[in-house]
Each structure stands twice: as structure tokens, then as C-alpha cells.
Write a protein that binds this ligand. Sequence first.
Ligand code: AMP
Ligand code: ZN
Ligand code: FE
Ligand code: FE
Length: 277
Amino acid sequence: MKFIDLHTHTTASDGSFPPAEVMGMAEQAGLAAVAITDHDTTDGVGEALAAGEKMRVEVVPGVELSVNHARLGSLHILGYWIQTSHPDLAVRLESIRGGRDQRNQKILARLADLGCPLDLFEVQAIAGGEVIGRPHLAQAMIKHDYVKSTQEAFDRYLARGKPAYMERDRMSSAEAIDRIHRAGGVAVWAHPGLIGLDESELEKEIEKLVAAGLSGIEAHYPEHSPETTALLLKLCDRYQLAPTGGTDFHGAVKPNVRLGSLEVPAALLEGLRARRP
Ligand code: AMP
Ligand code: ZN
Ligand code: FE
Ligand code: FE
């Protein structure tokens, strides 16, 4: 049986391996297909496509967007087979990344007030790519001995509700799904099991997202319990959505997650592909 991984990050956002190395690991793991889904950028897709041509691994161009949610703060929406240079998506991603930079400046100012000064250039060097995320700030904080681990950095400073948390510009789920469609892609709700919703709350959210044009749900995910995965598969059936799955591979940022460590059947890719416009 062949397996796939439809959720991975590279150095283009907060993953620790360049796209070509991620593809090398995918080939090693014997995966049939990999999606590159960096946060707010498609900058890593070209390198992955080039690397994938030399191996028998299909590369699905993708992106992961954080969208606003009134009650929960944010949800993550994955876009697949997007035309990476389509202005309706690319221009908006650029403005979202600008909002990220503004937020990061605010976080750095607050961290300095809290006795944890960091230099923006140092954080940029750690990030490497054009997207600086909170995991990069956490890495800089570890380097300066302000915290011992990424988890401690989030728990004490960076998580929502903690003293250095700052909001940033995000799309609504409807806008994100619409822009994914306009760029020729399909939209999938990422890791719905991470936010502690019960079945009826999940259904309410799914109905809203389906009305906006959602095509699938990431049912298979390392942090989903077998019960959660079963529930999400049942909801896919009920709402005629394509079930998908991926590891959310980040390399060093999430050291216990490896490419190929989750068995997502390759047949699921065909179910999702059938939803392409
Ligand atoms: P950002 O895109 O800069 O807002 O950072 C989001 C990333 O930070 C997510 O993709 C997670 O990898 C990580 N993250 C968010 N919240 C937490 C948390 N409470 N604990 C650990 N990591 C988190
Ligand atoms: Zn990430
Ligand atoms: Fe996510
Ligand atoms: Fe992710």
C-alpha cells in the first residue's frame, strides 16, 4: 500500500529543512505524494517541484492559512493545487506577511519589557525564509536562555492569552477559501481535532465552512486520537467532504514528527483531486 503526506513545512516558513531536503526524506520514506504547505507563503513550492521531478514522488503545491474565528481565535485552512503566482492569492499573502512583521515587532517590544530582549536580525537569521513565526521567536529565546524549550516559550509568553501574545491581520475563513478557489485550488480544514470541539460544535463549524466552499477535512493527523479520526471520517461522509491527512512535519520545531510516520492511504489524494475545479 502507498502512503502520502499532505501537510509539511519547510524553511520557507517555520520548518527546519529546505524543500529539496524534505523531498529527499519523502523519497526515503517511500511516500507517493507530498504537499508543501508553508504558513502564508508558497515560496518553497518551486524548489520542491524541481526536486520531485527527479524522483517518483508527486508534489502538491499548497499553503496553510490561519483564519479568524470569533470564539476560538483562529483556524487553519490548507489550500492545494493553488497557482502560486495567481495575484488574487499572492498579493494577499504578501499583505498577510506584512501583518506578521508588524506583529513580530510588537512581540519583540513586549518581550523586551518583560526582560527578554531579542534582536530582530537574529530572529531573521534563525528564520532564514520570508515568514517569521512564533516558533522562530521561541528558538531565539532558548538561545538566550530565557526559556528551556519551545513549549515553555509558548506557555509563558507567546501563546494566546499570555503576556507577549499579539494579534495580527488574518483573513476570514470565507475570504481564505474564496482566494484559494480563485487561484484554482481546493480548501481543506487542517487538524480540526486540536481545538477541543465536540461533535455538534464540529458540525456547526463544518456547515459554515462547507457553505464557504470547503472540499475536505484533515482527518488523519498525529495528534488526533483514533476516536477523533473516526469522528472526522464520519463527518466527511455526512457532509460529502474528502478526508485527507498529513503529519504537519516541521523538522526540529516538532522533533517527534517524521515524514512517513503517519499512514495516510494514497487513495485519499484521488478523492481530493476529484474536487479540483
Ligand atoms: P504563528 O504562525 O507565528 O502565529 O505561529 C504559529 C505556530 O506556532 C503554529 O503553527 C504552531 O506550530 C506553534 N504554536 C501555536 N500555538 C502553540 C502553543 N500553544 N504551543 C506550542 N506551539 C504553538
Ligand atoms: Zn508551522
Ligand atoms: Fe496548522
Ligand atoms: Fe502546519
